[in-house]
Design a protein around this ligand. Sequence first.
Ligand code: HEM
Length: 437
Amino acid sequence: MHPIPRDASPDSTLALLSEGYRFVMNRCERHGSDIFETRLMLRKAICVMGEEAAGMFYEPDRFTRKGAMPITTLMLLQDRGAAQTLDGEAHRWRKRMLMALMEPENIRRLCGEVAAEWRAALPGWERAERVVLLDAVRAILCRAVCRWAGVPLAEEEAGPRTAEFAAMIDGAGAVGLRNWRGLLLRTRTERWARGLIEDVRAGRLVMTEGDAESRAIHAIATHRGLDGNRLDTVTASVELINILRPVVAIAQYVVFAAMALHEHPEQRAALQDASPEEVEHFVQEVRRFYPFFPLVAGRVRTPFDWRGHRFAEGTWVLLDLYGTCHDPRIWNDPERFRPERFRGREPGAFALIPQGGGGHLRGHRCAGEWITIEVVKTALRLLTREMRYSVPAQDLALDLSRMPAVPRSRFVITDVAPRRKADAVLDPPVALSRRAH
Ligand code: HEM
């Protein structure tokens, strides 16, 4: 057994902020090891990357997310009381409620809402001199997810709500102004979400019979915890926000998909007549290749040994998601965008982990992963089959020290025109039918 290599620097917080997504990879390369010890925010941290490390990290019940993320990030993303902060049975119970919303038919309904909003936005894009895709798609997704979730959204509310969700997403990996703006706007969103939960509970917001169960707002407002009680209003509103906001965040992957189309014209041509499987391979490669969440963090809940090292209770461990998705031990030629790599290959539960690894129900793997895949597939079909556009010269550089990373120009398109009369773009979701919860 080798001792865990240690970073020489007394504290690496500034290095993490400046190196961003490459922080863990850079050090793993330097130490020739997929595990090392460092200090972040003056705390000892163990950083790990790779498939084996992900398997270690996602062993059910080993880690808690409580006290594992900087508090400002936690408040912008998951927040106290949310499923991610729960452990053991309490977590599984809450997760079951969230995963019940992820039935294939319900996801298909969301994709239908996204396609309808996109088509409604197209005439405006045709008239516009330029469209900033990231902002435009965020607006589409905000409207679509609210309708899907059973959340009423008046026309004049759509803009401010989209801006609030966007500020939470943009502020999550930041320190200073960007983060404070996110926190400030979040208080407004929370007030709004609390009002909605109260409206459902008081019978002021009624859903049609039979339809209610598939609506996130109804499921969350009426959910009973293991103690038989409903969630308190604040926790319920946090869970509602945790469904709405990340769907808006999928706009980042849509922009990455558009970037990939732009940078690999041969892929665009191939996608015109691609099979549903090939479209899915493209989306999987977008999720593998482009940066989203750099890391997940946990504190040891149940002590264990791994590779001869003792992980005592409370040890802070950071798993590199981006690095694992670019690990040459798993991915041949990882810095190349190659959707074909997924042909005939079902990615392992600990290999393709941009949204966490392991199982969805028993662990903390992202509840919205299937939604994310299907929504990006829908957007891809709309981009390639229903519209033409130009991509003018612009700064598409991805700054890997900015988390979350987005192209500097936010992806501008011009000369938008319809490609052909809109028809059914929604192929049957390939993987959904064979995915078990
Ligand atoms: C936009 C792309 C998305 C990315 C990159 C992403 C990524 C992640 C990551 C890294 C985690 C943490 C896993 C962990 O703690 O081990 C997570 C958790 C979670 N995500 Fe996502 N996510 C996305 C979209 C979504 C969507 C669309 C939803 C809901 C509709 C969602 C709902 C959740 C929930 C509820 C959790 C907490 C799960 C738990 O602790 O059991 N996410 N996500």
